[in-house]
Write a protein that binds this ligand. Structure first.
Ligand SMILES: NC(=O)c1ccc[n+]([C@@H]2O[C@H](COP(=O)([O-])OP(=O)(O)OC[C@H]3O[C@@H](n4cnc5c(N)ncnc54)[C@H](OP(=O)(O)O)[C@@H]3O)[C@@H](O)[C@H]2O)c1
Length: 282
């Protein structure tokens, strides 16, 4: 049993593998196909993509060619943040299903509560309309679970107070020193699983001296320490890599942090202060 065969259970009872493979910025074609192929070969059974990553086609092909049963793979994609209407959300889902060559996804997320160029503004009514579309997709069985990404507490409350379908997941930026405490706490209290995106701060936290020092003590890499940290905080890491060696190494997470080290890491200031941050999250 490795971490790759362990699951969290979502608030609707669906099981989700504890480590997912991230695919943002991996171009469609050979890069996305090979990275997904290596991840599946290494034992990952959870792949995270999005319509706007424009790589769903190659990811779908790699899944099909792997010979692994579709039911063994947990597949997430996301509804574009730019499209804030019910009708367009249904069309977006159809496009993703077509690109991926599947007849259902395991998790479908609203990519962000606002179009990226209007980050921080409120789109409460529009998000409810999009959420209605996702709820219908969920009820049809074409998505086994639905959730959101980049939502803050007010955005989440809007859905919880105005819809009978609860989000199962909130995917947010989360790495050592940047754990969005208010949002994380609210999610925990409301049984919404936090998925940690950019768990390595897109690579920018790997040379942090304190992280390196603690990683050396456990004889692991900075990346492994960062991913183990996320898991021990109860969140689900989504590491991304295009190198087979990194893909394999990032799944070797079967060690435990002492409570003292977990506390120390939890109290660290941002380990990648130059990384782009979404200022609307807190
Ligand atoms: N919902 C959202 O709005 C959102 C936003 C951002 C990301 N995400 C999701 O979260 C995933 C991960 O976030 P991310 O793409 O920002 O990246 P990340 O996983 O934080 O970091 C990836 C970077 O770290 C490097 N890396 C990975 N493993 C390594 C290792 N063992 N040693 C050294 N370097 C290593 C990779 O380079 P190599 O390729 O050379 O290994 C790459 O440059 C995304 O792919 C996406 O699925 C979601």
């Amino acid at each position: 049993m490795t971490i790759l065969t362990e699951n969290f259970t979502l608030n609707n009872g669906i099981k989700i593998p504890k480590v997912g493979f991230g695919t943002w910025e991996i171009p469609n074609g050979a890069p996305a196909y090979n990275s997904t192929k290596w991840a599946l070969k290494a034992g990952y059974r959870h792949i995270d993509t999005a319509l706007v990553y424009e790589n769903e086609k190659s990811i779908g092909e790699a899944i099909k060619d792997s010979g692994i049963a579709r039911s063994e793979i947990f597949l997430t994609t996301k509804q574009p943040a730019q499209n804030k209407s019910y009708d367009q959300a249904l069309k977006d889902f159809d496009q993703s299903i077509k690109n991926l060559g599947v007849d259902y996804v395991d998790l479908y997320l609203i990519h962000a509560p606002w179009p990226w160029d209007l980050a921080g503004q409120r789109f409460n009514q529009e998000n409810l309309a999009v959420w209605q579309a996702l709820s219908e997709i969920y009820q049809s069985g074409c998505a086994k679970a639905i959730g959101v990404s980049n939502f803050d507490v007010e955005d989440l409350q809007n859905l919880l107070e105005n819809s009978s379908v609860r989000p199962a997941v909130n995917q947010i930026m989360y790495y050592i020193g940047f754990t969005e405490p208010k949002i994380s706490k609210f999610c925990q209290e409301n049984d919404i699983l936090v998925e940690a995106y950019s768990p390595l701060a897109t690579g920018l936290m790997l040379n942090n001296p304190t992280v390196k020092e603690i990683a050396a003590k456990y004889q692991v890499t900075s990346a492994q320490l960062a991913l183990r940290f996320v898991l021990e905080k109860g969140a689900l890491p989504l590491p991304r890599s295009t190198q087979e060696k990194h893909i394999i190494d990032n799944a070797k997470l079967d060690f435990e942090l002492t409570s003292t080290d977990l506390e120390l890491l939890s109290e660290l200031k941002d380990t990648a202060p130059k990384h782009y941050h979404n200022e609307t999250q807190g």
